[in-house]
Design a binder for this molecule. Sequence first.
Ligand SMILES: [Cu+2]
Length: 244
Amino acid sequence: MKTSKHLSILFAFLAVVGIAYGQDGTISGTVKFSGKPPDLKPFMVPAAFTGCGKEKSLERLIVSAKGGVENAVVYIDGLKRKSGGSVKGGYLIDQKDCMYHPHLLVVAHGNSFFVENSDQMFHNVHGYFEPTHATAFNIAEPVKGMKMEQSVKKPGMYEIRCDVHPWMNGYVFVAGNGYATKTDKEGEFTLSNVPPGKYKVVMWHEGWGTKLVGGRPHFSKPVEQTQEITVTSGKTTTADFTLK
Ligand SMILES: [Cu+2]
């Protein structure tokens, strides 16, 4: 009787310890711009392009009043998770007002994404695999309301451009595992359900240098930074990045 009571106490103790040690952790942090962000000029739309307005932001660097940088990709390098999850209704890039919405789409691995045209004009989504810049896909949608699905098996970064409208640019990041996200308007991000361990966290930003070549914007190289971090059970580890 006494032994079984001791055993049950022991098992209860082990259960509590097990839960504490088995818990996943979280990585969260910010991507901030140090100092005054550069004053980026919008792209002046030539008169030949009717229906797109007079100027367009290239959306290369979006910094909040507090210095947070939107649209940076943050992912854990090398860690595998079976399912990357998905979003309700699927991942979508809308071509609206001669811009890609969103500018940067992070697709959890194992998913496809949709491309829609909400404009009364021809657009296409020409995807280039980076860094080779080889064409990976090219989705033409000449008619308003068209919506097509694109599967992307190869993880990595894809630059997207419209062949008609030279300012239309964006990115699709296809995550190679279940641990990838992008920063919000305040430059904040969270990667949750991370098993305890040591990891390399990568921050990728598209870069903001632009020069016009034959009326078409060419962009400088992306900025990439890495950090070694340790995730502990049930705790949040901070990983902050700075662009300048
Ligand atoms: Cu277009």
